[in-house]
Design a protein around this ligand. Structure first.
Ligand code: DGJ
Length: 723
């Protein structure tokens, strides 16, 4: 059994060939954290708890002054009984107090990975799950800590379930998904932060005393912070070193924090953000928290990323899409915005077909009076002035050309200026007597209401059941305000942020399982809700509304810490670029887009013939090597320097490609011998341009000389076939 329970010594040892995680039971009551890291053949108890009679320490056992919850490494916090560090949960009882006394009661070890009701979570094979139940006898409450250990990956997933076995309703004021006390503070804290059009910037800072926290209170996971943190040994880099990572499978408000505490340990805690949360837990009811993925690497950040990439591709995205090749798409947004007519679209589609594009995606602007962003969200019927035969007619014509057809929706939104809002003003999120705040001139539907969820399921089904839609881009373009619901009583209003997410998950679950052949792309003004929760339903995400090649080289580099290229929509767009005004050449735009989930987003009919020809060649090249770009292993080789030069490697069993982005050209560049690190040392690789044969060892350890390039933003492709 990969999870061992030692009754004599009172500990659990979760282990596989890569990691060990040890939990102790103290005084038959408290769960302590004893070890997390490289695999141990067995755990004998070397990490004894240090028990000293300390000043100011509170002692739950009056006969033992060396025992204090404030100093012990714990697996979950306690509440009001002496653990004063950040808390993983808080319960308000019927008498208004926040005191609980959860003690170990029993545990269960079983094989398999449980699904979490109503929530996205990892699937898994060869997984063993430990459920430890803690019990508060005063209020008859259970807190169940779930740990699922993956036998073949350095992965443990964690979550918590609260069960009310008592006779009184209690209120969960905080329901975190995991916490752990690691025994050192000598870490760098790694997070991914940003903004709309500037997502996934890596931050690396040494931990310091006190609490370091990232969070979202925007109703979505947000482009501001990825629901993720990692703690790395200060010497860790892309290629070597130890790092612990924690990633939250959730799409709403979250908090991820670390507390450096007084006696030299680091408490890590992740969960739903508590300030905007409360849950009314009536007798007999349960509350299940979302899941946290814990990933541990001894081979640096690239090692960490490889585990995430493989895990998410295998056990997070819908199983049907795990190995499914993705079509090369043309999206109409940056070509047309709201201004188009079917006749223009068909011309663009003709050329798309000629160049080799496979999927034609009609973005925003196809419905009701949607000629700008001021109206019509919610009125999901075709604008017949733009599309005389409606969506069905356009889809037929696109299909007749031999292309697949995709369509944009923003289902969660409602425009003030819409028939839907006139008919159902009560369907918007709102708080009585307060005006609704607009964002991108729209309101947000109250997805906590079953009627609203059903409306969306029915509306989307009416399109998908025609069999004419091969792809849906699911957009969501504002954050939540006035997060209240007319359908719930006052004492449940703080449930609405979480109920919104649960409602969204229900709609996604129903729609994506009813139409498994439709490819769904997640989008929230680009990467505004790029998180593993959404990825559970939709296997790819529009990475950023910033399509400039330079910016994209960095945004995709940042996201690659967690997600493989196939999950990151990346399009060749017009120049000068619409977001930053920069002009980059077509080769650069092509190679940066191929390093993600490849597509185009420009008016092909407006391009000179030479560029149409270059695009045809790009597409032919990509099709020949699609399996490398979509399913190869992606390794970061060089983070952007101050001149924005950066490089990465994509490799599979047959071939290897390095994409080198030059950034700003300079006359006196230091010579760059770029080492590839991840090829097979003993294999021979043939350079597909020069025919030169080189050993993997030479490419890995001697490297390749990057030529001096006298052009800003030029990008080079080095490409080898393996013998
Ligand atoms: C935001 C998305 O990120 C864009 O790609 C585009 O779909 C617009 N919304 C449409 O309104």
């Amino acid at each position: 059994m990969p999870i061992l329970y030692d009754f004599e010594k009172q500990f659990f040892h979760l282990t596989n060939s890569q990691i060990s995680y040890v939990i102790g039971i103290e005084k038959e009551q408290y769960l302590t954290h004893r070890y997390y890291g490289r695999a141990l053949p067995f755990y004998a108890g070397s990490t004894a708890l240090q028990q000293i009679d300390r000043g100011f320490a509170t002692n739950p056992d009056e006969n033992d002054h060396t025992f204090s919850l404030n100093a012990l490494p714990l697996e979950t916090s306690t509440q009001g009984t002496g653990d004063h560090r950040i808390s993983n949960y808080q319960i308000r009882s019927v008498n208004g107090s926040n005191i609980t006394n959860f003690f170990y009661r029993d545990h269960k070890i079983s094989s398999g990975k449980p699904e979490l009701p109503g929530l996205p979570s990892l699937r898994g094979e060869q997984v063993t799950t430990l459920e430890i139940t803690l019990y508060d006898a005063v209020q008859e409450l259970e807190m169940v800590l779930l740990y699922s250990l993956y036998e073949n990956q350095p992965i443990i997933s964690r979550s918590v379930r609260f069960n009310n076995l008592g006779t009184e309703t209690v209120f969960l004021e905080n329901a975190g998904s995991m916490m752990v006390d690691l025994p050192t503070t000598n870490f760098d804290l790694i997070t991914l932060n940003g903004a709309h059009t500037n997502e996934a910037n890596l931050s690396r800072q040494p931990l310091h005393s006190g609490i370091q926290k990232i969070e979202s209170s925007r109703g979505t996971s947000s482009p501001q912070h990825q629901p993720f943190l990692a703690l790395a040994d200060p010497s860790t880099d892309e290629f070597q070193g130890d790092v612990y990572a924690f990633h939250f499978i959730y799409s709403g408000n979250f908090a991820a924090q670390v507390e450096v505490e007084q006696y030299g340990s680091s408490r890590v805690q992740l969960g739903i953000q508590p300030e905007n949360f409360e849950w009314c837990l009536a007798p007999t009811r349960s509350f299940q928290t979302p899941e946290v993925v814990m990933n541990y690497s001894t081979t640096g950040f690239n090692g960490l990323s490889q585990t995430f990439h493989q895990l998410y591709q295998q056990y997070l995205v819908p199983a049907a899409w795990q190995k499914q090749e993705r079509p090369i798409l043309l999206n109409t947004w940056e070509a047309n915005y709201f201004d188009f007519h079917e006749a223009d679209l068909l011309k663009q589609a003709d050329l798309a077909k000629e160049t080799g594009i496979e999927l034609f995606v009609l973005d925003d602007g196809w419905f009701a009076q949607r000629n700008d962003d001021a109206s019509s969200l919610g009125d999901w019927f075709e604008n017949l002035e733009k599309l005389p035969q409606g969506i069905a007619g356009l889809a037929d014509k696109i299909h007749q050309k031999g292309l697949k057809f995709g369509l944009w929706f923003e289902p969660e939104m409602i425009s003030r200026n819409s028939q839907l809002f006139e008919a159902h003003p009560d369907w918007a999120l709102q708080v009585p007597n307060y005006p609704l705040t607009e964002g991108r001139r729209q309101y947000v539907l109250d997805l906590s209401q079953t009627a609203v969820q059903d409306f969306l399921i029915e509306m989307l089904s009416s399109y998908l059941s025609t069999g004419k839609i091969d792809y849906i881009k699911w957009d969501m373009n504002r954050h939540l305000t006035e997060v209240g619901s007319l359908a719930f009583p006052a004492n449940q209003q703080k449930e609405i942020p979480h109920r919104y997410v649960l409602g969204l998950y229900r709609v996604l679950e129903v729609i994506t399982s009813k139409y498994p052949d439709c490819l769904f792309e997640n989008c929230s003004s680009g990467g505004g809700r790029f998180d593993p929760g959404m990825m559970h339903y939709m296997p790819q995400t529009w990475t950023s509304d910033n399509t400039d090649a330079l910016c994209r080289s960095q945004i995709q580099y940042g996201y690659s810490y967690l997600y493989p290229p196939i999950m990151m929509g990346a399009h060749v767009s017009p120049v000068p670029n619409h977001q930053v005004g920069r002009t980059t050449n077509l080769q650069t735009r092509g190679l940066i887009a191929m390093s993600g989930n490849f597509g185009y987003e420009l008016d092909l009919t407006a391009l000179p013939a030479s560029e149409q020809e270059e695009i045809t060649q790009q597409i032919a090249f990509y099709k020949e090597h699609r399996s490398l770009f979509q399913f190869g292993r992606f390794y970061r080789l060089q983070p952007a320097n101050e001149f924005f030069a950066t490089a990465w490697l994509i490799v599979n069993e047959e071939e290897a490609a390095v994409v080198y982005f030059n950034g700003l050209a300079r006359p006196a560049v230091p010579v760059n011998y770029l080492k590839l690190h991840y090829l097979e040392d003993s294999a021979i690789y043939e350079d597909l341009t020069t025919g030169q044969q080189i050993s993997g060892a030479e490419l890995n350890h001697a490297g390749i000389t990057i030529p001096r390039i006298k052009e800003d933003f030029a990008t080079l492709l080095f490409h080898w076939k393996k013998y």
